[in-house]
Design a binder for this molecule. Structure first.
Ligand code: MF3
Ligand code: CO
Length: 264
């Protein structure tokens, strides 16, 4: 069952989603070769709690951290670890917060220092996939229009779409109906209506689409060991255009000043 949100609820989800964007920026200030995921997780959790919110992921179905940090061949749900990042790492950071009864959810992928050209292209194309999906998030369209746009852009650039993980409705629960696959057919699926709030989150692989889950029961990696990128926004379906509730603006301000981060 899809829970449609009122204008007031959408503003609350916007507040949660903005705090996610600010948390990402706070983390990005510290991101460099030599720092560890565990250190970033602490920074994020402190920042979220200092803003009267709760990390959405922590203890969600037993997930033990505030952030998911997925490095290189990790697709999503990587555990923040004690291994220092190295130059050339592709670092995807996913964050959710729960504030005033509603969740916000957003992810961003950073390159550290010198990166291979193909991986820079993977970052760029994955971010464009998110944008293309959002452009189809219009009242009267179908969910499949979003999915198709994402898949089309990824595959026409020679990359592959992960099938096992999907975007989702979001609100009082982190994961609500409907599922938002990153592959599908135009004109298929539920009709997009006013008040529908979803997290769109393409997970795009540089090599083959196949993935597996590590023994920690969370970390999803590519089977071929090639890199994977992930960007995510929480959005409200719109009349002329979607209302993007989360933001990368704060991250981008920080990236301008942090020379360790390579943007696509
Ligand atoms: N953005 C991811 C998702 O919506 C992160 C969830 S991690 C979990 O699935 F730990 F909360 F599961
Ligand atoms: Co999500």
């Amino acid at each position: 069952m899809i829970v449609y949100k009122s204008a007031e609820e959408i503003e609350l989800i916007r507040q949660s989603s903005l705090l996610v964007g600010k948390t990402h920026a706070q983390v990005a200030r510290f991101l460099r070769p030599g720092i560890t995921g565990k250190e970033l997780d602490r920074i994020a959790e402190t920042f979220i709690r200092d803003h009267s919110a709760v990390p959405s992921f922590k203890n969600y179905r037993g997930y033990p951290f505030s952030l998911c940090i997925s490095v290189n061949e990790m697709v999503v749900h990587g555990f923040p670890s004690d291994k220092p990042f190295q130059e050339g790492d592709l670092v995807s950071i996913d964050c959710g917060v729960y504030l005033n009864g509603y969740h916000g959810d957003s992810a961003f992928t950073f390159g550290l220092g010198e990166m291979p050209q193909a991986t820079i292209k993977l970052m760029k194309v994955t971010r464009e996939c998110l944008q293309k999906g959002i452009e189809k998030a219009l009242i009267g369209n179908r969910l499949g229009d979003i999915s198709y746009a994402v898949q089309q852009h990824a595959e026409s650039n020679g990359f592959s779409v992960v099938r096992e993980l999907v975007g989702h409705g979001i609100g009082k629960q982190l994961h609500e109906s409907p599922e938002v696959p990153n592959y599908g057919k135009r004109g298929n699926g539920p009709l997009l209506k006013e008040g529908l709030i979803i997290a769109v989150e393409p997970m795009i692989n540089q090599g083959q689409r196949d993935v597996r889950t590590l023994r920690d029961r969370w970390t999803v990696v590519t089977r071929d060991g090639m890199p994977s990128a992930h960007y995510e926004h929480t959005i409200a379906i719109g009349k002329e255009k979607a209302d993007v509730l989360s933001t990368f603006e704060y991250i981008e301000e920080v990236i301008k000043e942090n020379n360790n981060i390579t943007l696509a």
